[in-house]
Design a protein. Structure first.
Length: 511
């Protein structure tokens, strides 16, 4: 079909620049071009090389559906590949077999189009790289040079629209920060744990188990160290379950005094004990038709364990001081950072309760075992904490800072990372030239070398490179210099052998 390029440009540009609502503008544009260019999804995105992330501005489909895309972590070697090739992408690039291109292969799993072809164009304004516009179409070998020619006509309208959209988003962000009510609502949404960073990388196995068990009513046991985000996983299970619209009640079993625990969980009748002046529904009654999350389940005293077992067996509860059995339909999720099997063997936890709670255990890995998620987590927490601290323009994070964070063992896991970022933002807050976050002085007691070449009496606070260097040297001595293979230093440290060699060269470590 012969296309009048002048008319195509005029009609397409009108739609691209037709609304401050970038989602609406792109939806109108896709509706127009689908007769000229195959399209299943259109996306506008930009690159943040310092933190290793691709951010999505908007993704739309021909049906008008707008897709919400998380920040996409990019492996370091792929990020370097993208940066090296950006200068040569002056023309529209066609990838009819995207799995063969490292850059496209990284982002394709985040989109809905099956087995796609891809076509994308870099956007630049006044010599500054803004991002790229990409088009996906179902099937291989779909795009032609004619399609690329038509898209190339629209480089300037797309670049102007993306620049305006980013500025408009910044204005809206500042407006929200000045509006106390909106800011409070935003904070509430951030605390729900709806966004799971690492769902496609370090937590991919966990999320697959979540998808398997969420539609069912089976009890779930969430295991893992303190601070790994077990409550976030519980939120996801409830949100993906048929009970999503029903109550989700959370209980920290270790935070309720033992004498009040029964009344809190199962409720009490009026006059059941001193101070019980009215009847009270317990947490299980409030969770009826929904879910209940019992955090720190190992802290349950023996009597409460017996009553919980009855709920699991008979699906009914009895209020303290009452005689009537009350039926409850509750999906139970529990969590612990302790070894319940060992507690069963020692008699500190009921064996029959353990078997009923542990039907579907999910182990959340510690942060040190999923360092590929650190760039995305850092980006998320910087934005979140900047809003809390009323920092209008969140600082960037240097590449060296990210490397320092990846090298740290994170005994406090994700919670420790969140607290560290808040501490760094507080230090930067109010400085005229705050610069980027480099985490040069982590200021954490865990960095004090207690079993190393540094004497304990000296109490020297080492920087992250020194800590990393000493740890790598110890592991290399343990493996007798072997880097790769089973039992090699790379396997023990949980990183790629090439990454380990690169880090050794940087730190001046020889085998």
């Amino acid at each position: 079909m012969r296309v009048n390029e002048n008319e195509f440009f005029r009609q397409a540009a009108l739609r691209i620049c037709g609304s401050l609502d970038i989602g609406k503008a792109m939806a109108d544009f896709v509706q127009y071009i689908k007769d000229y260019i195959p399209v299943s999804e259109l996306t506008l995105s930009w690159l943040e090389p310092d933190v290793g992330i691709i951010r999505n501005l908007v993704t739309v489909t021909p049906s008008g559906k707008t897709l919400v895309m998380p920040p996409i972590p990019v492996p370091k070697d792929t990020m370097q590949f993208i940066e090296d090739r950006i200068g040569g992408w002056k023309e529209v690039r066609i990838e009819n077999n995207p799995e063969k291109d490292p850059a496209t292969r990284t982002i394709i799993p985040y989109y809905e189009t099956p087995d796609p072809s891809a076509m994308y164009m870099v956007l630049v304004v006044e010599g500054t790289l803004l991002g790229a516009v990409g088009i996906l179409a179902e099937g291989k070998g779909v795009f032609t040079k004619t399609h690329a020619r038509l898209l190339s006509l629209l480089r300037e309208p797309f670049a102007i629209t993306m620049s305006n959209a980013l500025r408009y988003q910044e204005v809206l962000k500042l407006k929200d920060m000045l509006d106390a009510e909106n800011r409070e609502l935003s904070m509430e949404l951030l605390s729900t744990g709806d966004e799971i960073i690492g769902a496609e990388f370090g937590l991919a196995g966990v999320m697959e188990m979540v998808r398997q068990v969420a539609p069912l009513n089976s009890p779930v046991m969430l295991l893992g160290e303190t601070g790994v985000g077990k409550e976030v996983i519980a939120n996801a299970i409830h949100r993906l379950s048929p009970r999503a619209d029903a109550p989700f009640i959370k209980v920290n079993c270790g935070a309720i005094p033992e004498g009040l625990l029964d009344a809190e969980l199962f409720g009490h009748e009026k006059g059941a004990f001193t101070g019980a002046t009215t009847q009270k529904r317990g947490r299980f009654e409030r969770a009826d038709k929904g879910s209940i999350f019992l955090d720190e389940i190992a802290e349950l005293p023996p009597q409460a364990q017996v009553r919980l077992l009855r709920v699991l067996q008979h699906k009914e509860i009895e209020r303290v001081g009452g005689t009537q059995m009350i039926p409850v339909d509750v999906r139970i999720m529990s969590a612990t950072n302790k070894n319940l099997e060992a507690m069963v063997r020692s008699g500190d936890f009921r064996e029959d309760l353990w078997y009923r709670l542990n039907i579907f255990p999910i182990m959340t890995p510690p942060l040190r075992q999923r360092i590929e998620d650190i760039p995305a987590l850092v980006h998320y927490f910087v934005e979140k904490k900047a809003k809390e601290l009323k920092i209008h323009t969140p600082p960037t994070v240097s590449a060296r800072g990210v490397e320092r964070l990846k090298a740290y063992p994170w005994p406090g896991n994700v919670r420790e990372l969140e607290n560290l970022i808040e501490r760094e933002l507080i230090r930067k807050r109010g400085l005229e030239d705050a610069g980027s976050l480099a985490f040069e002085y982590l200021g954490l007691p865990e960095l004090r070398e207690k079993k190393s070449d540094v004497s304990e009496d000296a109490q020297v606070l080492l920087n992250i490179d020194e800590v990393t260097s000493q740890h790598i040297r110890k592991v290399l001595r343990w493996t007798k210099g072997r880097i790769f293979g089973l039992g090699g230093a790379a396997e023990i440290l949980g990183i790629n052998p090439n990454t380990l060699r690169s880090r050794m060269r940087k730190l001046g470590i020889t085998r």
